[in-house]
Design a protein around this ligand. Structure first.
Ligand code: CP
Length: 307
């Protein structure tokens, strides 16, 4: 039963709940008009203390397409956070006006604090370099739609695996499905955090390898998940400049990939995927962005208990 729950990280959902959301998202894709007023009279608050295009707008589009309304702020500067208001006070206030809230915050754990103080469901829309559970729902729906399954495949995750919260959440979620092999491709400085390697992968006996060169492994992958080097999480500019173009997928690299590999990216991209790849039928990142809206429609319905 998801009604009234908050979603802070992927493990807040059981596998059955996850599958329930993906199933509903698929039903919405098949017949969006049937859901056009399921959330009539309900209000979603989007509380974004950090920049966003896809997450905020897909949440807002999701609620509007369900017949509900949206309100919120898109930067800390345009809210009373700029005057020093705490997350706890903000969410208690917002809960007076909204039925559900999505929060993005640069501080890890801020949406969890909000959920502790709120009497409405709070959805983590990305907290610092920590987790991004609704991107994971988006990614799972994309893989399921394009590959037809969520088990028995090899996924390469490439780029900034240290600060990339989408990667942390996706590894956590996929670790619960059968026979997923992870190929972790990053510079030494940007390897996955120890808690992901030790607590998720090693503890659960999941097959994985860590490599530096994408060229050496691209031919083995069923899914390649590229990520941006997270400039905003670096402590110094020189390190960012040195690492930012570590990986660029172009047509030449794609020529060594399987014919049915799918190329994903949570976006925004900077240089990680050359625009020449956009016309390759294996490029799935804009389909992925669209899946984000449908899966957020399903999530909002489930957390609000709307049938
Ligand atoms: N994927 C994602 O989180 O994109 P935005 O930062 O644009 O929301």
């Amino acid at each position: 039963m998801l009604k009234g729950k908050s979603l802070i990280e992927p493990m807040d959902l059981t596998l059955a709940e996850l599958d329930e959301i993906l199933k509903l998202a698929d039903e919405i894709i098949q017949d969006p008009a049937a859901y056009a007023d399921r959330c009539k009279g309900k209000v979603l608050a989007t509380l974004f203390y950090e920049p966003s295009t896809r997450t905020r707008l897909s949440f807002e589009s999701a609620m509007l397409r369900l017949g509900g309304s949206v309100m919120g702020f898109s930067s800390a500067e345009s809210s009373s956070a700029a005057k020093g208001e705490s997350v706890a006070d903000t969410i208690r206030t917002v809960a007076c006006y909204a039925d559900i809230a999505a929060m993005r915050h640069p501080k890890e754990g801020a949406p969890m604090v909000a959920a502790m103080y709120a009497n409405i469901p709070v959805i983590n829309a990305g907290d610092g370099g920590h987790q991004h559970p609704t991107q994971t729902l988006t990614d799972l729906l994309t893989i399921k739609t394009l590959k037809g399954k969520l088990n028995n495949f090899t996924i390469g995750l490439c780029g900034d695996l240290k600060f990339g919260r989408t990667v942390h959440s996706l590894i956590k979620a996929l670790s619960r499905y059968e026979n997923i092999k992870f190929v972790l491709i990053s510079p030494d400085e940007l390897r996955v955090p120890d808690y992901i390697r030790e607590e998720i992968l090693m503890k659960n006996g999941i097959e994985f390898m860590e490599v530096e060169r994408l060229e050496n492994v691209i031919g083995q992958l069923d899914v390649l998940y590229m990520t941006r080097v997270q400039k905003e999480r670096f402590f110094n500019e020189a390190d960012y400049v040195r690492l930012k173009d570590s990986y660029i997928v172009d047509n030449k690299k794609m020529s060594n990939a399987k014919n049915d590999m799918i190329l994903m990216h949570p976006l925004p991209r900077v240089n990680e995927i050359s625009v020449e790849v956009d016309s390759d039928p294996r490029a799935a990142y804009f389909t992925q962005a669209k899946c984000g809206m449908f899966v957020r429609m399903a999530l909002i319905m489930k957390l609000l208990g709307v049938e």
